[in-house]
Structure formats: C-alpha cells, structure tokens
Design a protein around this ligand. Structure first.
Ligand code: SAM
Length: 272
C-alpha cells in the first residue's frame, strides 16, 4: 500500500518511497537483483545509456569488497566490521565472507534506506554476531552512538570500517571530510578503512551526464578525482597497492582494462 506524502512522494507505511529512484535499488538492478521498482529500473536504464560499463563496474566493486573483507579479517585479524552504506543483501554478503574465515566476527550493517534494513533483517534473522541499523552517514556521531552499533562493536578493539560505494552519495555540502574525520577518530589503532568511490577520471566525458541521472534520485552522485578521494583516508596508511581502480586492487586474476571501470578503491590502516 502506498500513500501520497508531502511533495508528492509516495511513501509506504514501512517508510519505503516508490516514487523516486533509490541508489540501493538502482544498484540492486545493476547487479541483476529483484529488489527494485519501475522507477529504479527506468533510472538505471537511463544511467546505462550514459555509462554502458556500469554493470561490470558494480560487479568489480563487489569483488573488491569481498577481497578487502578477506584482507581485513584474514590478514589483519580484525573481528569487528562496521559496514556503512551496506546496500540490499547480495551474495556473498559481508558477514558470509568474514564468517567463512572467522565465524566469531561481528558485523554491524548500516544504511539509511528502510528497504535495506527490512530486507537485511529478514536475511539475518537467526544469524549470530550481526545487526542491521537504520542510520545516516551524514550524522556520524548518532551512527557511532547507536545502541545496536555499540552492542556489537567495541571501539577499544580494532574495527574494519567499510565505506564501499557510499561516500559518493555525500555532496560536498554534507562536509564529507568532517564526516570521515569523525569516523576515523572513533577507531582505535590497528583499525582499517575500506573505501571505494566513483570517479570521472577514467572516461573522456567525465561521466557527468551519467552522474546527473542521480539528480532525480533520493541522493545525488558526486564523482571525485583520485587526489580528492585519497584525502578521505586522512593519516591512515594505505596498504599496497594504494588507492587504485577496484579492478587493480589485489586481483585474483590479471585485471582486464576493457571496459575501464571508474571506481577507485583502497584499504588503509590506522597506526599506533
Ligand atoms: C551503491 S550501494 C553500495 C552497497 C555496498 N556497500 C556495495 O558496495 O556493494 C550504496 C548504499 O549506500 C546507501 N546510502 C546512501 N547514502 C547514505 C547515507 N547518507 N547514509 C547511509 N547509507 C547511505 C544507499 O542506501 C545504498 O544502499
């Protein structure tokens, strides 16, 4: 059932708005998922006409996420993951990747889209060591103080903070540097930041027309340069190979360069 909210938005009683494209549902459509509506499909198809490589891009981003989670759990020995902007459930999910290596790993999933929390809660029902939190990256203090985050994550022990394909949904006016600094400061030494972010660097047209498709969505997309994205890691130390296109971050097979994927990814560790 839907009701017409203020400004003509159609918001269901569960908080899900079916009148505007949502980044989580568009991403799900790009990945071939079923948790999306006509409005998301139309916007995603429009995006594909402007950036035909997007499907390879989101798959490459997911693969980066999986390799990065294996790195922080398997090689860094971290047993707590805070996954902000987690998206709709997609196999393998972060807790499945982590639990295959260390079943005791605690995973707090955070997203500001109610459809994500609804679907994720259904998936995780009965799964130990996990929680789903409805919170907004633009309010980092509230996010960090959320009781479910505090229940699962001990901020006196190393944490892996995942900000994978979400910071580009922060506009410059949201103060992404301030938000990132607040989150980095909350993490103890030995923690890791896993971050990926869309860029226009690798395409001649800068993919500005593609990004503009998100102007109709619930969150605009801000493409940023390599130099700008590197600043989000602050004084954390990037592990090899640094901030690179996601296809080139510790690939299991030699990366293909066609089509070029405009998403940078990196993993950095807090010293101390
Ligand atoms: C492109 S999906 C990425 C999903 C997953 N991290 C991945 O890389 O496969 C971006 C997610 O970020 C969420 N998101 C966007 N802005 C957000 C915000 N301000 N706070 C929390 N989540 C946000 C969206 O709802 C969506 O689920």
């Amino acid at each position: 059932m839907t009701s017409l909210g203020s400004g003509g938005s159609r918001v269901r009683p569960d908080g899900i708005d079916t009148s505007r494209p949502h980044p989580a549902r568009m991403y799900d459509y790009f990945l071939g998922g079923k948790d999306n509506y006509e409005v998301d499909q139309a916007a995603a198809e429009k995006f594909i006409t402007k950036a035909p490589e997007v499907r390879e891009g989101v798959r490459a981003n997911r693969d980066f996420l999986i390799r990065a989670v294996r790195h922080v759990v398997g090689e860094c020995g971290i047993r707590q993951i805070l996954d902000v902007g987690t998206g709709l459930p997609t196999e393998p999910n972060v807790h499945q990747v982590a639990h295959a290596l260390a079943p005791e790993t605690r995973v707090a999933y955070v997203d500001n889209d109610p459809i994500v929390s609804t679907h994720s809660m259904a998936l995780l029902d009965g799964t130990d060591n996990t929680a789903v939190v409805l919170a907004d990256l633009r309010e980092p203090q509230e996010l960090l103080a959320h009781p479910e985050v505090r229940r699962l994550i001990d901020f006196d022990r190393p944490v892996a903070l995942l900000l994978v394909a979400v910071v580009h949904f922060l506009a410059d006016s949201d103060d992404p540097d301030g938000i990132l600094a607040t989150l980095r400061d909350a993490l103890p030494a030995g923690s890791c930041l896993v971050l990926s972010h869309a860029t226009g660097d690798v395409h001649a047209d800068g993919r500005a027309d593609a990004a503009a498709v998100y102007n109709e969505a619930t969150a605009p997309l801000t493409l940023r340069s390599h130099e700008r994205i590197a600043q989000f890691f602050g004084d954390f130390t990037l592990v090899d190979p640094g901030l690179v296109r996601v296809t080139h971050w510790r690939p299991e097979e030699p990366p293909r360069d066609a089509p070029p994927i405009g998403i940078y990814g990196g993993v950095a560790r807090k010293a101390g």
